[in-house]
Write a protein that binds this ligand. Structure first.
Ligand code: CP
Length: 315
């Protein structure tokens, strides 16, 4: 159905991304408002989540909406055989907007095609994670003062990591140079590399992960090896500890360099780095609140102008 769903960030223009960043800035200044009073936001999580679900729910609560949903599909009638289609049709009877995470690639697109209310994709399998990308863009913009002409190093599981795939598509508007650092088994899939070529996005592949390799980074984007996507657990064990970021590897880092990670972290960033000025992953997760306030409002046709002119701020 024709709604303001967010299925993939690739559908957004540079202008639209900058507009959403402006809106996130407004929400960071004043997160508590009544813009969604009377609305109901549903969060349907068919896969585990901490940040995405809780920050979407916090965003809804801070804007005056009420939240329904589930964090575990085992408590739903899906266990009795109810289909995704019927679940979406039911929930759209109750809620004004649906935030959904699903383990199947394409589930969000499918839901958006049948749902009478907007669907916000909170992650579909190894495919896309557009709301994560929005907070990543906001974090990059805040720390670098620009999104243009940056050296962005993506490290770890580039095969199954949906956050890095979404980030590629959004950054194509901003003339980045990407550096892909991963074990052979978890390299950026060929279709995504072709996407870069088709969109004139430069990329360089590396296997080394050391102080020299990352010395040119503006953004060092670490990722977790996605254990849940491996069919063979032995293959996971083989690669899981290959690319770990240690404090001494930051010795040659540029002053402005920030370490991002969509989280959860397993062991790929040493805890000693958490207090280092280059570490930004916890602030990045906080930025998710403001970015998701912007995304919910945008999907419900609340404009940047509405937010800027909102006099009903709760201090
Ligand atoms: N970044 C992210 O998607 O985290 P969660 O899986 O905890 O939602």
């Amino acid at each position: 159905m024709e709604t303001n769903s967010l299925v993939a960030i690739a559908n957004h223009s540079r202008q639209k991304l900058e507009y959403l960043i402006r809106m996130a800035e407004e929400f960071e200044k004043h997160p508590n408002r009544n813009l969604l009073r009377g609305k109901v936001v549903a969060t349907l999580f068919f896969e585990p989540s901490t940040r995405t679900r809780l920050s979407f729910e916090t965003a809804a609560c801070r804007l005056g909406a009420r939240v329904i949903g589930f964090a575990d599909p085992k408590v739903t009638s899906g266990t009795k055989g109810e289909t995704l289609k019927d679940t979406i049709m039911m929930v759209s009877n109750y809620a004004d907007i649906i935030v959904m995470r699903h383990y199947l690639e394409g589930a969000a697109l499918y839901a958006s095609e049948i749902s009478p209310v907007p669907i916000l994709n909170a992650g579909d399998g190894a495919n896309q994670h557009p709301s994560q990308t929005m907070l990543d863009l906001y974090s990059i913009y805040k720390t670098q003062g620009t999104l243009d002409d940056l050296q962005i190093y993506l490290v770890g599981d580039l095969k199954y990591g949906r956050t890095v795939h979404s980030l590629l598509t959004a950054m194509r508007h901003f003339n980045p140079t990407f550096h892909f650092i991963s074990p052979q088994e978890l390299r950026m899939p060929e279709p995504w590399k072709q996407y870069c070529r088709d969109n004139h996005v430069r990329f360089i592949e590396h296997e080394d992960f050391d102080a020299d390799t990352i010395a040119g980074a503006d953004i060092l984007y670490m990722t977790r090896v996605q254990k849940e996507r491996f069919a063979d657990i032995a293959e996971y064990e083989h690669v899981k500890d290959r690319y770990l970021l240690k404090l001494d590897m930051l010795s040659r880092a540029k002053e402005n360099m920030k370490i991002l990670h969509p989280l959860p972290r397993v062991n790929e960033i040493e805890y000693a780095i958490d207090d280092n000025p280059h570490a930004y992953y916890f602030q990045q997760a906080r930025n998710g609140l403001f970015a998701r306030e912007a995304l919910i409002c945008d999907a419900l046709n609340i404009t940047l102008e509405d937010v800027v002119n909102d006099k009903n701020i709760i201090l």
